[in-house]
Design a protein. Structure first.
Length: 211
């Protein structure tokens, strides 16, 4: 199946829709982690071995998480820019937007972080805190700042709806042991950073970061 990439302004979604998007992203990351030998599905969900196909497994894990049964072998947390992307500040800042139409990393001066070999990152929404909407597109790439495009989202769609937050049509999952980039295109050459915040989950072995 091919990728489906579009953004849904938050005003068009109910609170239930938003919760479903978050939990679906989490479940997608968990299933991907198991497929990469991160975590122990036999410990967490013994009956999942009878479920066939990734879509069915995501639905199964989603139902377990929503029922209050998170995976015991995995920790699931939000991304920390310094820890996970080796930025200078623990904030969501882009590089300075100097040229209209040029691509800038959302990870400050880090163009392409390297994901460790025991970590999954899954992104499901974006928020633009900086007034006037200085960015027009959001791009996810594998293999570095000029690598293969994983997904593209039109940020002007949420600006047109007079909101600052949008949810992705499907989550973007970053595999372990790859270099990846998340970029925005400058819509206004402000010469300043923009605050572009990504809703996400980091999924890693239990106890690695959180005691």
């Amino acid at each position: 199946m091919g990728a489906i990439s579009y953004i849904q302004p938050s005003e068009q979604l109910t609170q239930t829709d938003r919760k479903e998007s978050r939990i679906n992203a989490m479940a997608s990351g968990i299933v991907r982690a198991y497929s990469k030998s991160i975590g122990n599905p036999d410990q967490d969900y013994p009956t999942m071995k009878d479920v066939r196909g990734d879509a069915a497994r995501v639905a199964y894990v989603k139902s377990q998480v929503m029922a209050g049964n998170p995976p015991a072998s995995l920790d699931i947390r939000e991304m920390q820019p310094i820890l996970d992307a080796v930025t200078v500040l623990d904030q969501w800042n882009t590089a300075a937007l100097a040229v209209v139409g040029a691509a800038y990393s959302v990870f400050q001066a880090v163009p392409a972080p390297a994901n460790p070999n025991n970590r999954i990152i899954v992104f499901y929404k974006v928020g633009i805190e900086t007034p006037a909407g200085p960015v027009s597109r959001l791009l996810f790439r594998s293999g570095g700042a000029a690598g293969n495009t994983l997904a593209v989202f039109d940020l002007e769609q949420i600006l047109n709806s007079l909101v600052v937050e949008g949810y992705f049509s499907e989550p973007v999952v970053i595999d372990p042991a790859i270099t990846y980039a998340v970029q925005v295109l400058a819509r206004i050459a402000t010469g300043l950073l923009a605050r572009v915040q990504l809703g996400n989950f980091v999924i890693e072995p239990n106890g690695q970061t959180i005691a």
